[in-house]
Every structure is written in structure tokens, then in C-alpha cells.
Write a protein that binds this ligand. Structure first.
Ligand SMILES: [Zn+2]
Length: 195
């Protein structure tokens, strides 16, 4: 199965190869790892943030859009032979989710990866996922008008269960909030965060 590193603004920014590397789809996107002063960061060094440009969509081009993730471009070609550069995604500074591991310890989960699992579930229109503790996640789901709410909830739970298992966390209890997704006090609509 091919997994993609996505956000709603930049679908299919990367695709994962059989070696597990994420390759930047440079046919469509320009990815610029930069430091805190927006100066370019060379391959092999971890960036402070990353800018994305996509000129293919002429109606709504994306120009140097800041994703906020720390990334590292590979210094050598991937063993899979792909001509597209491999990138390691380190997650957002101070914004990763920490869950408990079985038998102690912790596992770090990227908010974007977790969000993608929910977002790509059939029937999900909008969502918010709030980490409530090392073994707890609260979801606010808005389902499509023609979707069955209970069915979508179950599908999301199953997909998240597989996701957490693959990430190596302990069991994470998923709770569904009654309220719909909503902006925070500053009016910003966040999708995934830690309470
Ligand atoms: Zn590869």
C-alpha cells in the first residue's frame, strides 16, 4: 500500500515507495526546506519549516506555502531507483502527539499522519482530533449528508486502530464528542492537537 504525506492544501505532495521512503512529487511540487529565517537548508540537514509551491493548478496556484513541518532531504538516491528525491518528515516543532507505548515508553505521532487517516475515511466531511492523554483521543466528526454517522464513526475507529498499531503505540481509547468541529477562540480551525 502506498501512503502519502498530505495536507488538505497539498494533496499527493509525496508518495511512499517500497523501501518506505517518502518521495517528493517534483513533477507537481517544489519543496523548499528552510531555516527560521527562510534561508535554504541543504540536503541532509533538518529544516525549521518547509515551503511548498505548486504552479500546476492555474486557478489556485500555491506559492511558497508554509507547511510548518521539519523535513530532511536525502543526500543520496533511494535504493528503489526513483528519480524523485526522498524526504524525511520530522513533524512540526513542538506540535507532535505523544502516546504511550506498550510496556512503558512513548511513541511520537505526526498530527498530519493521524489527520490523513481520519480525513481519508469515506463519509468524513470535517473533523477535529484532540489528544486527551497518553492513551486517549477525542474526535469531533462532521459526516457527509448521505453518510451514516454510526457507520462513519466505526470506520474511523477501525482505521485509527490500525494506524496506532502500525505506529507501535499502546491501545488508544477513542471517544466521540457530541459537538461538531469548531474554530478555537482565535477563530483558527485546527484539525489535530494535544489538549
Ligand atoms: Zn524510494
Amino acid at each position: 500500500m502506498t501512503e502519502r504525506y498530505l495536507s488538505s492544501e497539498v494533496p499527493a505532495l509525496t508518495s511512499q515507495c517500497r523501501n518506505g521512503s517518502f518521495h517528493v512529487n517534483t513533477d507537481w511540487y517544489i519543496l523548499e526546506p528552510v531555516d527560521a529565517d527562510y534561508q535554504p537548508v541543504p540536503a541532509g540537514a533538518t529544516s525549521h519549516t518547509v515551503l511548498v509551491t505548486n504552479l500546476a493548478n492555474r486557478v489556485q496556484p500555491i506559492i511558497r506555502y508554509e507547511l510548518g513541518d521539519r523535513v530532511t532531504l536525502a543526500t543520496s538516491p533511494c535504493r528503489c531507483g526513483s528519480p524523485f528525491p526522498a524526504v524525511k518528515i520530522e513533524g512540526r516543532s513542538g506540535d507532535v502527539l505523544v502516546f504511550g507505548a506498550p510496556g512503558g515508553g512513548t511513541v511520537t505521532v505526526l498530527p498530519l499522519a493521524l489527520g490523513t487517516v481520519i480525513e481519508e475515511t469515506a463519509g468524513v466531511r470535517r473533523f477535529q482530533a484532540i489528544r486527551t492523554g497518553p492513551a486517549g483521543l477525542c474526535l469531533r466528526l462532521e459526516v457527509a449528508p448521505d453518510a451514516d454517522r454510526a457507520h462513519v464513526r466505526t470506520a474511523v475507529e477501525e482505521r485509527l486502530g490500525s494506524f496506532f498499531a502500525a505506529q507501535g503505540t499502546g491501545a488508544v481509547a477513542i471517544e466521540h464528542a457530541d459537538e461538531p468541529p469548531q474554530p478555537d477562540r482565535s477563530g483558527k480551525f485546527r484539525q489535530v492537537w494535544s489538549a
